[in-house]
Design a protein around this ligand. Structure first.
Ligand SMILES: [Fe+2]
Length: 185
């Protein structure tokens, strides 16, 4: 359905009926969110930056370990997407990933992704003169132990070219399910 000839050219002229059409069309096209996420994940295959595996493999391996540990589906998808922000910009990648996930997963999981670098710091910040206990500022948060599990058991060890890692197609149904409907706007 196209509405380009019947809808407004400036919001000042808009009507409730036109907004209803826009709302319905946006809802109808929700599946493009999963399409875009999958496409961005595929794009991570072009980023290696000195690691032993590319960023898609790292993401798949992190999600594989999460799934094998029995993590809930939202956490598996968040594990898959935790570095998706690197597709755009490495320095602020946790915030980009957290905002992509925010409407679709629990607030605790959003916080895990936002803070994941500080939890990873235990495993490498000393090489940069940083604080390996950077995670301590979050102790007491409801999501602290989940973030520890994510960093220590799923993420920091997922640069292994030999680990049996699930392909993206394995996670696609889960991605489509989690991104099928926003919980918040
Ligand atoms: Fe990672």
């Amino acid at each position: 359905m196209t509405t380009s000839t019947t809808t407004f050219r400036s919001m000042d002229e808009s009507t409730a009926e036109q907004w209803a059409v826009i709302g319905a069309e946006t809802f109808e096209h929700q599946s493009r969110v999963a399409d875009q996420v999958l496409s961005m994940l595929e794009g991570l295959a072009s980023i290696t930056d000195g690691f032993a595996v590319d960023q898609l493999m790292h993401s798949l391996q992190t999600a594989t370990r999460a799934e094998e540990s029995g993590a809930d589906p939202e956490m598996v998808v968040a594990s898959l997407c935790h570095d998706i922000g690197k597709y755009v910009s490495v320095p602020n990648h946790p915030r980009i990933a957290a905002e992509i996930l925010r409407p679709y997963v629990s607030e605790d999981i959003v916080q895990v992704i936002l803070a994941h670098q500080d939890f990873q710091g235990r495993h490498y910040y000393h090489h940069f003169g940083g604080d390996r206990d950077a995670r301590e500022k979050y102790r007491g948060e409801s999501w602290f132990s989940l973030a520890e599990q994510f960093a220590d058991e799923f993420d920091q060890n997922s640069f292994d070219p030999d680990y049996p890692t699930q392909p993206l197609s394995h996670f696609e149904p889960l991605v489509r399910d989690v991104f099928a409907q926003p919980r918040t706007f």
